[in-house]
Every structure is written in C-alpha cells, then in structure tokens.
Write a protein that binds this ligand. Sequence first.
Ligand SMILES: Nc1nc2c(ncn2[C@@H]2O[C@H](COP(=O)(O)OP(=O)(O)OP(=O)(O)O)[C@@H](O)[C@H]2O)c(=O)[nH]1
Ligand SMILES: [Mg+2]
Length: 376
Amino acid sequence: MPELAIVLPTYNERENIGPVLSALQQALEGLDYEVVIVDDDSSDGTAAAARHFARHDSRIRVIQRINRRGLASACVEGMMASSAAYLAVMDSDLQHDERILPAMLAKLKDEKLDVVIGSRNAGGGSMGTLPGQRVALSRFGKKVGRLVTRADVSDLMSGFFVVDRRFLEEVVRSLSLTGFKILLDMLATSRRPVKVGEVGYTFRPRERGESKLDFLTGLEYLELILDKITGNWIPTSYLVFGLIGAGGVLVHLLILRLLLVIAGMPFLQGQAIASVIAMTVNFVLNNRLTFRTFRLRGADMWFGLALFYLACSIGLRINLKTAEFLRDQQISWYMAGGAGIILGSVWNYWVSSILVWRVTRRRLAARGRQTPLDVQ
Ligand SMILES: Nc1nc2c(ncn2[C@@H]2O[C@H](COP(=O)(O)OP(=O)(O)OP(=O)(O)O)[C@@H](O)[C@H]2O)c(=O)[nH]1
Ligand SMILES: [Mg+2]
C-alpha cells in the first residue's frame, strides 16, 4: 500500500492534468505514492483525459462525481478513497509547488505532526505574482479565519497540505465541507490543539485553464465561518436567508418612502407595492445565493415565486399574531416584536427550503431532467 496519496481536485482542468501528473512523477521520484484525481464531471473532459493517464500508470486513479460540485467535499472524498497513511491535497493547476511535497512528508513524519502546510507566508515562501487585490483578499480571509481557529499558522487560507490520516479521521465527521477552505475547516473542527508545521513555497501564476474563484466562493467562505461559529447548530442557509430578509426590510422601507413622499401614493397602496417588490427581490437573491444548488429557472421559477409569495404572506400573519399575543401578555414591545420576526422568518425559511426549492427540484427530477444536487 502506498505511503502517501496526493489528492488532485479538478474542475475543467483538462490542459493541466498531463503537466501536473508529470511534475508529480518527477518530484516524487523514489517515494511510494498514489494519485487520486477527483473530478466533478468537468464539461471539458478532464476525467477522460485523467483516465488516459491512469491506464498507463496504476498509481493514478480517477473519481468522477456526477451532479456534484464543491472543492472541500471533493478533497475529503479523495482522501477517504485512499488507504495511505499520509494524505496530501494539492491544486491541479500547478500553482502549488509539488517539489516541496517530499519535505512536507518528511517533516510530518519526523516531527509527528498532524498537518504540514505548504505556506506562501512561511520561510522561503511567497505569494509570487498574485495580484494585489488577491493578496489583500487572502489577508482579510485570514483575519476572519482567526475567529474560528487558534492554530498558529501563517497561511490559513492554503489549499496545499499533507495530513496524517489519524487526524483526518478524528475530524472528518464534523467538517462543514462548505466551499474552498478544507484546511481551515479541519483546523477549526479539531477539539484539541493541532500539531502543525509549515514549509514555504512560492505560489505560481495560473498558466492554463480558468480560475473558479468568484463571488460565490467568498460567500461560501463566510458560510463556513458562520457554521464553525454556531457549531453547526443553526443551518447556515437559514442565516443567509435571514440576512437577505433583513436586506428585504430595508428595500421595503426605501420603496415605501419613495412611493409615499415622492409619488404621493396612499399608504396602503404603497405598502402593498413595496411588499411585493421586496418579496420579489428576496426571492431572486435566495434563488441565486441561499438555494443556489436548487436554483429554479424558467417556468419553475415563476411557480416557485408564486409559492414564495404565498409562504411569505402566511409568515407575515404568523409574525403579527405571535407579536400581538405576546404583547397581550404584557411582554415588552421589543421581545414581542423580535419573537414575531423570528417565528415568521423560521416559517418562511422552512416552507422555502422544503416546498419552494426542494419540491420543485423533485418535480424536475421526476421529469428526468438533470438537476444539481447538494454538495454535502
Ligand atoms: N472537484 C472539484 N474541484 C474543484 C472545484 N472547484 C475548484 N476545483 C479545483 O480546485 C483547485 C483550486 O481552484 P482554483 O480555481 O485554481 O482556485 P485558486 O487556486 O484559489 O484560484 P486561482 O489563483 O485563480 O487559480 C483547482 O485544481 C480546481 O480545478 C469543484 O467544485 N470540484
Ligand atoms: Mg488555482
């Protein structure tokens, strides 16, 4: 059995797969290793290209996940698919310097560590030619990441590391698996201080293929942090839903003011129009963000929107009735008002996640169309 497994997550990296495999072969000369490529059914044929190499080299294996997306879950499934004692995760776009892998492995074994991180900020390491904004973003992410882990690490945002399988098994069941930051997820999940080492390297520019970093990656990062802070107790999608709802209240008030003051509309009419606009904005944002894995399109979107209006109207009644009842019990106005909002929003979230986005998904599936599945 190989001592080390290198997990390479891929999504549309066809042009990189050959170069990264030969770079690994060179760097790992003399080591007993295997490579597990985890591809999320890339449209550019990455998995087929990877299998081409696997046919000629029994140390290479390919896992092709269908209807799945997500870097963190891909990495974990790749690691769990191997029996090696030490597991490395490395990007497949050649930005991570594979030549430091032997030093990372040696350090992990010699110093009996849990994790060794390939670090852009430790001795000899650098961000390379990464643009200024990306460096700033990485620093900001690190500050936020500090909220959830005390591990003394210079490159918390790194996606390049070697881990002892025993440590992985300790934390694997409690991982959030949201987004890109599997290392941070592992460090923040551990209940004991993690023994961490670092080896410096220079981050290379991406030469082929496209970056998958986008606005959603940032949102997923915040979801990961929220999930760790709340200890998995409150669903993060509820928190995102709540934030969007709070934004909806602002939109509502703004439009109401415009309609009343500028257009001189009667109050009830203005209130009704502002409510419909705010609900629609909420629906669109929830469709794109909170429930993005179940995103509705075309006719299903209109059907979902109608259901959403209905759910929110009932949610509003629940909110008002609760607040009125508590107020009658002589409970202070802010407790009564707050409880009304919480109950109303829990209702809205519950109906939205079960009926508006999921049932419609089942209807789609029944029609045999391809639908995205949740990553976890
Ligand atoms: N299996 C799988 N791999 C992914 C997914 N998203 C990204 N990857 C892979 O994860 C690695 C990191 O993604 P990148 O887009 O390079 O992210 P990055 O290195 O932080 O950003 P750049 O500096 O812009 O390249 C690459 O090897 C991607 O192919 C995914 O959803 N599933
Ligand atoms: Mg990259």
